[in-house]
Design a protein around this ligand. Structure first.
Ligand code: 13P
Length: 251
């Protein structure tokens, strides 16, 4: 059956020193706190090696926030999936709305990045989600369906290694969380879209995380929904206390 997962996305925050301290705090808190979910922290590229040195990735997964669609070569400033893997990382966030909106990443590139991540043994946390206008004009189900379908060239075996994160863009960093019912409705929709393509077993085994102003105060209600299998956490992942508060929502 699918796993419950709480993943932090630090975005472009913390220096290496601050990041190592935060990772240490999270790792220590996890060791001292019984928890019923897998926990992952996704950190800036610059932090991966130093954070890997202080965490045991068997108990705390470590991810990058992006990777290149290319393997190697003259792509100044890019970081390949193989490089990410070579740091000891286990996961990579792909298709975050900030990458799609500010860096123009499209479905085709995201399929390629996903293939590279999988080929290097990384677990992609693949983000989808509609913007406010699409929520308001009622096209959100189709928009998200299209984003998920971008991966439908993957084999069933490969697709079954993906973690999906539904992050309504209007809820990210705004303090405006989707209601638990809105999240459930979309997560069930995503699961149906996957089931139509890959069958019920793969759909039932796919972890679908919610992201967007998830906090210790609302995580329990969100995670109680049958199709919400955890969270992808931005702001609240930058403090060990609040991140652990969300991890403990599964207790
Ligand atoms: P916030 O939790 O800060 O709203 O960010 C969510 C997010 O974008 C995680 O990837």
């Amino acid at each position: 059956m699918r796993k419950n997962i709480v993943a932090g996305n630090w975005k472009m925050n913390t220096t290496v020193g601050e990041g190592v301290e935060l990772a240490n705090e999270v790792a220590e808190a996890l060791n001292n706190t019984p928890h019923n979910c897998e926990v992952v922290i996704c950190v800036p590229f610059t932090h991966l090696v130093a954070v890997k040195a202080v965490v045991d990735t068997d108990t705390l997964g470590l991810g990058a926030e992006n990777c290149s669609e290319h393997d190697k070569g003259a792509y100044t400033g890019e970081v390949s999936a193989e490089m990410v893997k070579s740091t000891g990382a286990t996961h990579v966030i792909l298709g975050h709305s900030e990458r799609r909106l500010y860096f123009g990443e499209n479905n085709e590139q995201l399929l390629t990045k996903t293939r590279k991540a999988l080929a290097n043994g990384l677990t992609p946390i693949f983000c989808v989600g509609e913007v406010l206008e699409e929520r308001e004009n009622g096209t959100y189900n189709d928009v998200v369906k299209g984003q998920v379908e971008a991966l439908f060239e993957l084999s069933p075996e490969d697709f079954s290694k993906i973690v999906v994160a539904y992050e309504p863009v209007w809820a990210i960093g705004t303090g405006k969380t989707a209601t638990a019912d809105q999240a459930q409705e979309m997560h069930a929709h995503i699961r149906n879209v996957i089931a139509e393509k890959y069958g019920k077993e793969i759909a039932d085994n796919t972890s679908i995380l919610y992201g967007g102003s998830c906090k210790p105060t609302n995580a329990k209600e969100l995670f109680a929904k049958p199709d919400v299998d955890g969270g992808l956490i931005g702001g609240a992942a930058l403090k060990a206390d609040s991140f652990m508060g969300i991890v403990e929502a599964f207790n």
